[in-house]
Design a protein around this ligand. Structure first.
Ligand code: EPU
Length: 446
């Protein structure tokens, strides 16, 4: 059993360099299958999810080199579009993007129903509807696999009923060789989607945003190899930022870009917490006399307040003087960490705010989420104390680590494999900032 042992109370101080974005690197690996040539992915984070994607790529026959300097070089000349084993695909949700690239290049794909973080039902119905609309046959006969085939991808127009980040990416990968044109309406606008568009265009695709939430893909005959650098991970920036603030420290996050973090920075302004934008990154931390003010935030798709920032924001609000509200509108079940934070002394109650038309308002399918709470009232300020807590998903896990760093006493956190999925050398980098955090691999080692 792996765990973190954390002695809290030390401010995080110094400089940390942000890693490449997980949610781009994963899709870039699948995009490399669109050409026979070599694709070099630079600034890839070496995290378990990326390694799981590399494992799938190798299983499909690709030659994948993982270089020490965060480069992944993929050559898919010898790829056979075999079935991706259930166990491999079920490890991470992003495996579903292979549906797009395999059917595009090889005319068929057999891809498992995707797994990933346990943060709700997370169906891929919107992806499947879109693939069918552009001329791809997709079947699901209940054995855990989606089977897709198409002799010709004819193209067409498709309107996503609601936002889907990975769904938009899957449709882009599926459309690059279409006969005519694909127009995706109500397509996701997350910067990570733009980074993937940048990659496929570097490979020779013709993909562009024509207006807000509309993407046009003009089919081409062939794509070629390229070298591509993954954008910085804005979720990691937010993790480090909140860590600096709640531990009363000061951290310069090298590589953090203002343009990816606008709403987060605006929310920090509303919370009365300063930051400093510098040439090569952003410095976070409370200045003297600054104290956290309560806020109301609702998560949304880009350019809204990102769902991945919801858990760290809730933690930040435990420091605010008054009552804050954090409303989750993207995922139906993303408050699992609240019970764990409560063990550390946080005063949070879950509730359902009045919403006129929940079916329209929430980004998840309402029938998947009707039975859960969708908002948290946070009563601050509270001084957190140590506890034994269990991590159940990635962003929530990182938040519990930050809570333990801010808390008085020694905490014990299990389920840290969720953190390994998305943060490279998390504890080592935190230790460099002054954190007292130790990883243990066996029970009883405390
Ligand atoms: N949804 C459906 N049907 C679909 C697609 C989505 O009901 O066909 C629902 C989902 O269940 C969810 C919501 O719509 O409730 C949003 O799903 P979306 O498809 O937009 O999210 P995703 O592509 O699965 C990616 C990131 C998430 C990030 C979200 C929002 C990857 C691998 N994951 O998920 O990242 O929170 O977009 O930007 O790219 C993380 O990094 O920890 C993480 C969870």
């Amino acid at each position: 059993m792996k765990a973190f042992v954390i002695s809290g109370g030390n401010p995080l101080k110094g400089e940390v360099e942000v890693s490449g974005a997980k949610n781009v690197a994963l899709k870039a690996i699948a995009a490399a299958f669109l050409t026979e040539d070599e694709v070099e992915i630079k600034n890839a984070p070496f995290i378990d999810d990326v390694m799981a994607m590399v494992e799938i790529a190798r299983k499909l026959g690709a030659d994948v080199e993982v270089k020490k300097d965060h480069r992944i070089i993929i050559n898919s000349t010898k790829v056979r579009p075999v079935k991706i084993p259930l166990g491999m695909g079920a490890k991470l949700r992003a495996s579903s993007v292979f549906l797009g690239s395999l059917v595009s290049r090889y005319k068929k794909a057999v891809v498992p129903n995707p797994g990933g973080c346990r943060i709700g039902a997370r169906p891929i119905d919107r992806h499947i509807d879109g693939l069918r609309k552009i001329g791809i046959d997709v079947y699901y006969n209940g054995d855990g696999y989606f089977r897709a085939k198409a002799d010709i991808i004819k193209g067409g127009e498709f309107r996503f009923e609601k936002n889907t980040h990975t769904g938009t990416e899957t449709l882009i990968l599926a459309s690059v060789f279409c006969r005519g044109k694909v127009i995706l309406e109500n397509a996701a606008e997350e910067p990570e989607v733009d980074d993937l568009i940048r990659l496929v265009n570097l490979m020779g695709a013709k993909v562009k945003r024509t207006k807000a939430r509309t993407i046009e893909i003009v089919g081409v005959d062939k794509l070629h190899g390229t070298s591509f650098e993954v954008m910085p991970d804005r979720n990691e920036v937010v993790t480090m930022a909140v860590g600096a603030i709640v531990t009363n420290g000061r951290v310069f996050v090298k590589g953090a870009r203002e343009k990816d973090l606008k709403i987060f920075l605006r929310s920090l302004n509303r919370a009365g917490v300063g930051y400093e934008i510098k040439e090569k990154g952003i410095e976070f931390g409370k200045k003297e006399k600054e104290s956290v003010k309560p806020t109301k935030v609702t998560t949304n798709c880009h350019p809204g307040f990102m769902t991945d920032w919801q858990a760290p924001w809730t933690l930040l609000m435990t420091e605010a003087d008054g009552e804050s509200i954090v409303h989750e509108a993207v995922y139906e079940k993303r408050f699992s960490y609240v019970e764990e934070l409560a063990k550390m002394g946080a005063k949070i109650s879950l509730f359902n705010p009045k919403v006129e038309n929940p079916k329209e308002f929430y980004n998840f399918n309402w029938e998947d989420g009707e039975k859960y709470y969708h908002a948290a009232k946070v009563f601050g300020p509270t001084k957190l104390h140590n506890a034994v807590v269990e991590i159940s998903d990635l962003r929530a896990g990182a938040t519990l680590v930050l809570a333990a760093l801010a808390a008085k006493g020694t905490s014990y956190l299990t389920g840290i494999e969720h953190i390994d999925r998305g943060y490279e050398d998390f504890e080592k980098r935190l230790r460099k900032l002054g954190a007292k955090i130790r990883r243990i691999d066996k029970e009883g080692e405390l």
